[in-house]
Write a protein that binds this ligand. Sequence first.
Ligand code: ADP
Ligand code: MG
Length: 394
Amino acid sequence: MAAKSIADLDLQGRRVFIRVDFNVPLTPAGGVSDATRIRASLPTITHAVERGARVVLASHLGRPKGRFKPEFSLLPVAAYLAEALGRDVVLADEPAGDGAKKVVNDLRDGGVAILENLRFAPGEEANDENFSRALATYADVYVNDAFGTAHRAHASTVGMVKYVANKGMGFLMESEAKMLGKLLGEVQRPFVAIIGGAKVADKIGLLESLLGRADTVCLGGVMANTFLCAQGANMGRSLVETSKLPIARAFLAKAETSGVQIILPRDLVVAEDAKAESGTVVSSAGVPSDQAALDIGPESVAEMAAVLSRAGTVFWNGPMGVFEAQPFAVGTIAVAKAMAQVMGGTTVVGGGDSGAAVHRAGVASSITHISTGGGASLEFIEGKKLPGLAALES
Ligand code: ADP
Ligand code: MG
């Protein structure tokens, strides 16, 4: 059976365990520096509170590697949340155990508690049975709203779920599944994918899956550097994932037979490094040996913008250049703006840096959907079944 929505679950007086993704960046002083992920789950939490649930929140934060480490405590998150909800949020001093049990037992209808960082327990990432069972003892109802972690089979996303009869998606999870799902079935054509960024190895699977579905794939960033290098271009000091050159060559050959148009940058902006105050435009046929490609050039921007202007569906992941440095942000910002002008079609952005770039370009409100998931959105678009979502079906 398809996964239910939290809107269809009976919550009144029940202990509702909500797996959230509160893996937020903290300030050196111990505050929350970017609360986007916390805010994204507020509708789900508020809904549960208003329905009279006893809300038990659970999240990971950073990589404490299975041990208590004070710098990874969810204390700043609990404080932020209490402020945002305008009510008390009790933080248990551990993810599971007598302390957690007491905090959960003391909850009243409409009350909110949060377990300490799930990854303080080694059983979380190991998807350990005992830890899964311990978490399940805090839940009459299980809700998963942690889309960003849905591609991981951990105790809190998969292991515990089989022990709870009533389960479903939070509103964030539901909207991610619905919006990203639009790209998996019949789409309005042409379907244009723009893939850039740095993590070539992580995105090869996505590229392969797009061969059967997209009409045009535009490449930028280190992805483009790697593909240009695979075609024999001298890339100078550019970042290239050399171990992926054979895969890049095989991909280009496959693209040719499958009839998918691949657009590589015609020109690039190069400089000694990303600290340079400005760059020089060169043909992508050759980057000078003492220079690195840090952005796509104006001709490439024009070509990709033209493709986007005719698109019916667009998926974008990965910036076109080192957009954190202002002189090399031009290509990325231009692509974001061209995407925002797509009329009547569906435009979807996945990936933390690409999402940030869309906000930086000031066009976030003109994009159909900006996913909160990095790896999870890539795997979803690739057509993989995410374990955290699959666990909610039955
Ligand atoms: P996302 O988070 O959207 O999935 P990635 O994490 O894969 O994107 O890639 C983002 C990073 O890629 C940024 O830090 C950016 O500086 C880097 N990047 C993009 N183009 C280049 C380039 N030509 N050279 C070096 N780094 C690049
Ligand atoms: Mg990133």
